[in-house]
Ligand binder design. Structure first.
Ligand code: ZN
Length: 326
């Protein structure tokens, strides 16, 4: 076979090695299958930083791709342990889906660099940032330095807690995955449509179930629930952390307890990965209910089930307000 002979030829000149490289490329193209039918079966290897993005990516890819999630669902995505074995996952990825806004800045860049995978470096087609697909909240007007302690320097990154953003991300991923695997473009769009239809129907149902809680005053541990509160019409009257990423102190907590009494805060929302002792103490002093919320979709769980679990927790903890919503 001609190509095999070409591969085994000794090359001395630059010209010779160029033609050798071209020959190898052609050979590789034959091996990987040039026919459209073969390419249509190609699967994208996708890495997602967190569970919500992994679950949405899985819906969009269907059978035409596979997803690995880097952060465990019990880990605060702001502070994931950058274990070297995560580099192996990144090394063979076609795409990396991250939240952006510096949510993963403490651990992801070192892993991406270590992966030596050109497909997922910043600015590559396979580097997909979900925060570019949604309307952002709390974008600072002036530059915020992480050294000042605030870990939301580019705006609030907790946008997947609003299911309407889940739908936007599904559409965005279909587009970006379609660019990477054009033969699957129609399939990804179709999968995204089916997912968004299901999610939209559930979102209407969730709206109705929580309509009587609109206007309820709540407090959160971390500034995690801005998008959730916007969606459901809950009114945040304070946070237990004085600033995103800064642990609570006694003076701030005392002020917060006063504010909660004045504003009649009914609930404290907190992701399960934060310590709950301070929130329990505040709940004891104010009578507000502590609602522990799963922060991210669990491994191989569904995003719809994840939001359903949050809605159920809110229904159970927050009393309906007479005359509210409906
Ligand atoms: Zn945060």
């Amino acid at each position: 076979m001609r190509r095999q002979r070409l591969v085994s030829l000794p090359s001395r000149s630059r010209l010779r090695s160029t033609s050798l490289a071209l020959g190898l490329l052609a050979f590789a193209a034959v091996l990987s299958g040039g026919a459209p039918a073969a390419r249509a079966a190609s699967k994208l290897h996708v890495i997602a930083t967190v569970g919500d993005l992994g679950a949405i990516a899985r819906e969009v890819l269907g059978n035409a791709g596979e997803v690995v999630v880097l952060a465990k669902p019990t880990q605060d995505p702001h502070f994931v342990d950058a274990r070297p074995n995560l580099i192996l996952d990144l090394n063979r990825a076609d795409a990396l889906v991250s939240m952006g806004l510096d949510y993963e800045v403490g651990w992801l860049p070192v892993l991406v660099k270590g992966s030596r995978n050109g497909k997922i470096q910043n600015g590559s087609a396979g580097s997909i940032v979900a925060s570019t697909m949604v309307p952002l909240r709390e974008v600072p007007q002036q530059r915020v330095d992480r050294s000042m302690g605030d870990i939301h320097p580019g705006g609030n990154p907790h946008f997947t807690l609003d299911p309407r953003n889940g739908a936007r991300i599904a559409r965005g991923l279909a587009e970006r995955f379609g660019n990477l695997a054009p033969d699957n473009r129609a399939l990804y769009a179709q999968n995204a449509d089916a997912f968004v239809n299901r999610l939209d129907a559930k979102t209407k149902e969730w709206d109705q179930r929580l309509a009587s809680r609109r206007g309820t005053a709540v407090v959160s541990y971390h500034k995690s629930f801005t998008y959730l509160e916007d969606w459901l019409g809950l009114v945040e009257v304070g946070t237990i952390e004085p600033k995103p990423g800064i642990p609570p102190n006694a003076a701030h907590v005392a002020e917060l307890v006063n504010e909660m009494r004045t504003r009649k805060a009914a609930a404290i929302l907190q992701e399960r990965w934060y310590p709950s002792s301070v929130a329990e103490s505040i709940a004891g002093q104010t009578g507000a209910r502590l609602v522990l919320i799963p922060g991210m979709t669990p491994d191989h769980g569904s995003y719809v089930d994840h939001i359903e679990e949050i809605v159920r927790a809110l229904e159970a903890a927050i009393p309906a307000r007479a005359g509210a919503g409906k």
